[in-house]
Design a protein around this ligand. Structure first.
Ligand SMILES: Cc1cc2nc3c(=O)[nH]c(=O)nc-3n(C[C@H](O)[C@H](O)[C@H](O)COP(=O)(O)OP(=O)(O)OC[C@H]3O[C@@H](n4cnc5c(N)ncnc54)[C@H](O)[C@@H]3O)c2cc1C
Length: 440
């Protein structure tokens, strides 16, 4: 789905209930009351739309990038929370049962307890949900447990929010809007069911097996998987997948990793995994033959949409080399004649992944590979320091490189500074692709 369609579609989805409310043409109330209702209607629609921004739907992530989708999920949740917090405080009409003749509830807010309690519960839970997301890392909770709790509370917020709208809402009392809420709730629940039930069921017929686990660099491993099913394995160089290694197909223990192999090299997949936390630190103990499940491919870090770019610049920091290795391998395997430059930054020499292969790729394909070390060993004759504006200018300032495609992967701070430096060199935003390895 084209990116230009995604934003209007989102806006239609979240504004539809308000538009239907407005179309009811109910007699006017104090402006503050209608602002309060509007905030509630938009916030509830946004909360339900959050279920589509899980970073798992390819139609969305393929264009926008899963990190951008996750960022949108986080920012929009905070916006919705702001509106939800304001919602009850904006009302100015007195809270009492309206007279029986006031069927449109103009003279008072008709909040019986049956309609009020789901709203209060959703109001409190949504605040808790956002606070839990912001404080995720500080809480020390295991990511998988956090994600399960996050999902369960989100479902409760969505269900209680819709119940509140149906029971207490002036506009949602209208049958059409009522059905729209139920349909949106069904879409939200369907999105979760798809990710955690339907998709794993389909994956069950596509098992993978660990073929080998080998050291790739300091605290970094190369994991190779082979499919145990017939049929195509489709992905594009530079994409990533959610890996479940050695668990049941429905397990929530799955982590995202970039695919470092090239699709043209065969049906197997390779990943370069750096030890970081509880799961990645156990990668070295993984045994060949272990069952694996691959959910994907996802991500937009692929040069396929940039076939018209006259050259390819790859800029990696640390384990960010993984997807770029896939792209270089694919270029070599398919005989892509375009010039390519890889700037590969690491702290120490021991952290360099696939050094010999990169040299072979440089010699065979003609790619230029530049290693950059911030803590070089004695006698290091290569580039030192960080991948900074000066180094980027040295390699990419030439006018004929302005239309190249630039693929960035590395620590968040590096992505920000390199992206800004490239834009400073006049490289169009649309030619700079980057993907973050953390959703924070
Ligand atoms: C699109 C993408 C591609 C990635 N590609 C690579 C790669 O090629 N090689 C590599 O070494 N690392 C990659 N990562 C990072 C990798 O996913 C994390 O390092 C790994 O999940 C950490 O898991 P852990 O349990 O060992 O660490 P933890 O200590 O549990 O987590 C450390 C941090 O990793 C993130 N994380 C942990 N679990 C998950 C999860 N299930 N889903 C999402 N984020 C999680 C969270 O930000 C968490 O704070 C990628 C991440 C993303 C988002």
């Amino acid at each position: 789905m084209p990116l230009a369609l995604l934003v209007p579609l989102y806006l239609i989805l979240v504004l539809l209930p308000s538009a239907l409310a407005w179309a009811q043409g109910l007699p006017p109330r104090p402006l503050a009351d209608d602002l309060a209702s509007g905030a509630g209607l938009v916030a509830l629609a946004m909360t339900l739309a959050e279920f589509l921004l899980l970073g798992r739907f390819r139609a969305v992530t393929r264009r926008a990038g899963s990190d951008v989708v996750m960022r949108a999920h986080q920012v929009l949740a905070r916006v919705a929370l702001g509106m939800v917090v304001a919602h009850p405080f904006l009302y100015v009409s007195p809270m009492m049962p309206p007279p029986v003749w006031d069927v449109t509830r103009q003279t008072a807010l008709n909040y019986g307890w049956a309609g009020l309690w789901p709203g209060i519960a959703a109001w409190l839970l949504l605040g808790g949900l956002v606070a839990m997301a912001i404080g995720r890392d500080a809480s020390g909770a295991r990511y998988e447990q956090w994600r399960l709790l996050h999902g369960l509370v989100a479902v409760a917020v969505a269900g209680l929010g819709v119940l509140h709208a149906l029971r207490a809402g002036r506009y949602s009392a209208d049958p059409l809007l009522g059905w729209v809420w139920i349909a949106l709730l069904a879409v939200a629940a369907g999105a979760l069911l798809h990710v955690y039930l339907v998709a794993p069921l389909l994956r069950w017929r596509r098992p993978w097996r660990v073929v080998s686990v080998a050291p790739a660099a300091a605290r970094t491993w190369t994991v190779r998987l082979a499919p145990d099913f017939a049929g195509p394995v489709a992905y594009e160089a530079g994409q990533f997948a959610w890996l479940n290694l050695g668990r049941g197909v429905f397990s929530l223990d799955e982590n995202p990793f970039s695919i470092s192999s090239a699709p043209s090299q065969g049906r197997g997949m390779e990943f370069v995994i750096k030890e970081l936390g509880d799961f990645t630190r156990t990668i070295g103990q993984l045994r060949p033959g272990t069952r694996a499940w691959v959910e994907g491919p996802h991500g937009h870090l692929t040069i396929k949409d940039h076939a018209d770019a006259p050259g390819v610049a790859l800029i990696a920091g640390g384990v960010g080399i993984a997807p770029l290795l896939g792209i270089l391998r694919e270029m070599a395997a398919t005989g892509d004649p375009r010039p390519a430059v890889l700037l590969y930054g690491n702290r120490t020499e021991a952290q360099i992944v696939a050094r010999a292969e990169l040299e072979r790729l440089a010699a065979g394909h003609g790619a230029e590979v530049v290693h950059v070390l911030s803590e070089p060993p004695e006698g290091w004759t290569g580039t030192t320091g960080l991948i900074d504006a000066a180094l980027l200018r040295q390699h990419f300032a030439a006018t004929e490189r302005r239309d190249w495609v630039y693929v960035l992967c590395g620590p968040p701070a590096m992505l920000v500074s390199v992206g800004a430096a490239l834009r400073g060199l006049g490289i169009p935003r649309a030619r700079i692709l980057s993907e973050r390895f953390v959703y924070d």
